[in-house]
Structures are given as structure tokens and as C-alpha cells.
Write a protein that binds this ligand. Sequence first.
Ligand code: SF4
Length: 452
Amino acid sequence: MARSNLDIFKIGVGPSSSHTLGPMLAAAAFLELLGSSIDKTKRIHCTLYGSLSLTGRGHLTDKAVLWGLSGLKPAALTRNLQQQVVNLSFVQHKLQLGGRHEIHFDYRKDLSFSKDFLPEHQNGMLLEAFDNSDSLLCAQTYFSTGGGFIKTKEQMQENAEGSEDFSDNFSISNTNAALRLCLDDTLNLAQLSLRYELQFHDEAYINEYCAQIWQVMQEAYHNGLKPDNEYLPGSLHLKRRAPSMLQVLNEKDDPFTVIDRVSLYAMAIAEENASGAKVVTAPTNGACGVVPAVMLYLKDFLKEFNAVTARDFLLTAMLIGSFYKNNATISGAEGGCQAEIGSASSMAAAAMATVMGADAFKACVAAEIAMEHHLGLTCDPVDGLVQIPCIERNAFGAVKAITAARIALKRQSLPRVSLDEVIKTMYLTGKDISFKYKETALGGLAELSLDN
Ligand code: SF4
């Protein structure tokens, strides 16, 4: 079945869509599976596998599972609610299952970190519920496949067997198909994406969804400039830089201020994400600063940018993001950082080109250029925290997106590499990258010892 791409952008919780938001949603899905058996549950056990285990604490995976099991929803999260659940579990050893049924919870016994990797995917987790006589009530294995998307073991097997059917809806499987449709009906990518989404939702809903996403993106930027705590959580004791960057911005005399601004937008949002706050996955949390940084840049420097342009920007970006998600990966654990920051930069490049007047072909050229210059980028966050190199990497992804859009808009010759080809190349490169450099915190910068 063809499916809506709106959830390429989701309101989520930092610092990682695959390691925080995905496990939280998996825990919520498990509650749903348990249904009325919630009230018979005496004990819950969660096993985190592979990358979820190796970098789980740094990415707050353990806490995310508890938030999900407690019935919290990402859009309604607040610092207070998050902290209440953590205090209840860690200090009082209790969990309010689904927010209504209290059980005993022992962090050391009921949550296991296994170094084993499940064969289906790097980010696996098993949830089990037991009754009063310690009999198994319910069990399910989930995989967090990137961008906050989750699949059960059965769904992973269905996909591997190729049972997904795209025949009964209007589907757009890749760039080539998109360009053919655009050419036939003289559409740009935003118009094509809107037409695609209209088979799932009416236009008022799409407009409202995009407006809310844009609103949360802007809030994340403003919150990042005025944080409660000037230090980010975690072992690196990293000081936030966005607030002080704003103070030293010199708009009048410095010809490079635009670059500083774009970096500021991206880093303020990436720092919010690193603090575990509410952001928009775009398409992942690690890369959540790239798309909004380019949008904020256009809002501040392009006078034609308005609510409609913002919607068209997001529609274009989500269509490009769907090609990465469906034909390659948007998960750092599967493809390295090229799959996260690279995909975000590619999405933003096509979207910027589109709202600046590019036809579908030129917009795809912009997306191709942006990804081409992220190929091979590894994921090696220091101490497993989405901080170094992730925060600055958002700034680079945004600046590269703008460069790619501008190069594509000015190009007078035909490119030799297509977007479909570069997406496939990214995927194959990701497969070849050693697992040490795919969100395991076992190689690259993650091997450095940065003790204070
Ligand atoms: S290095 Fe890139 S992919 Fe890895 S956690 Fe950081 S932003 Fe995500």
C-alpha cells in the first residue's frame, strides 16, 4: 500500500529518533498490544539489542522506554512529565503502566542491555509482560528503523519477502517516477507531493499538519536560544553555544554573517535535541536542525517566504525524504551519518530550490548535489551522545543544502548523476561502512577520550 509521507516530519523527543523516539513509540505500541492485559501485568522486561544497547544510555533509550510504557505521547511531553517518570522508576522503583496501573520496576533487573545484534536490524528491542504467577502475558520484538519509524519482527519479515504492495494507490516509488509525473502534468515537486498526499488527507489537514510542524521547528529554535541550563546533559559537560553565538553576530560589518546565521539556526535546534527536548524529526532527530535552518534562513532573508511557501517547502522535503526512506535508509545505525544529515541536506536542497522557482528536474539536481557531498559520512558520536560531531554537523548540512540549491538553480548543463543513482550509492556505501562507524560508539571520534 502506498502511504502518506507526512510522518517524515514528526514531533518527537531528543536526542535520537531511532534511539529515543523509536523505542518510546515501540513501548507505546506494546501497551496497545497488551490492551486489557495491562491490568493483569505484574512485571515488564525490556531487552535492548545491538546499537540500542551500545549507545542506549547516551541516547536516553532506557528513559524513552519508560516514558512510552507510562503512556506519555511525544507531542504532550514536558520536562516535568519526563522527570516525574524517571524519578518514579529510578528512585521509587515503580512504573505507572499506561499511566494507570502501577507495577514494581527494578532498573537493573527489568531492563537488559544485550551486546547481541538481532539479524533483522541493528536497533532491536524485546518487550515482555508477565502476570502474577510470572507467566508470559505478551511479548513482541520491535525494530527502530530510523526517523522514529518502528516495525515488529513480523513486519520486518513481510518487507524482506517483498510483500509490500504499491499497486492499488497512486504511488511514487522513486525520483524517476516523480519526474515523469511532473513532466506529464507540468507540476513542480511541491505540487506533486500535495497531489500525492491528497489521497490520504484533505487539504485543510495537510495545511494544518505542516503549519504545526513549522511552528514546533521555530519554537525549538527560540527555546535553543534561551535554555534553562547552559550545559547539555551527559558526560561531556558540553556548554551550549547558540546563545553566545547570537550575542556575537555582527549583521552590519561582516560579509559572512549569513553563514553564521544558518549555523546558529541549525545549532540552536540541534542543542535542544541534545538536551532531550521536543523537536521535529526531520527526517531524524540527529539531523533535526538542517531542514528548519534552511527554512529560517529563507524566512529571514527571502521576503516572499510565507505560510504557503513553508508548506510547499515541507511537502517537497518529505517527498524527497520518502525516496531515501523507501529505497535506502534514513538511519545512522544502518547507513552512517550520510543517511541522516545527508538525507536532511538533500531534502532541504530540493525544497529550497523549489520554493525559489525550480522545476522538478532542477530540484532533484539540488537534492543529488547535496547528497553527493555527504557520501561516506560516518556516525561516530563521542560517548554515544548526539553532541560531537552531531551539533556542528547540522550546520554543515544546512550550508551544503543552500550551496546545492544555488548550484542547481544556476546550472546550465545536464548533470551526469541522477538522484536515484546517488540514493542507491548512499545505501550501498552505508552497507560497506564498518559497523564501528554506524552509531555504535565503537570507532572514529567515539574512540577519543575527551575527559575533562
Ligand atoms: S553522527 Fe550523524 S548519524 Fe550519528 S548520531 Fe550524530 S547526527 Fe546522528
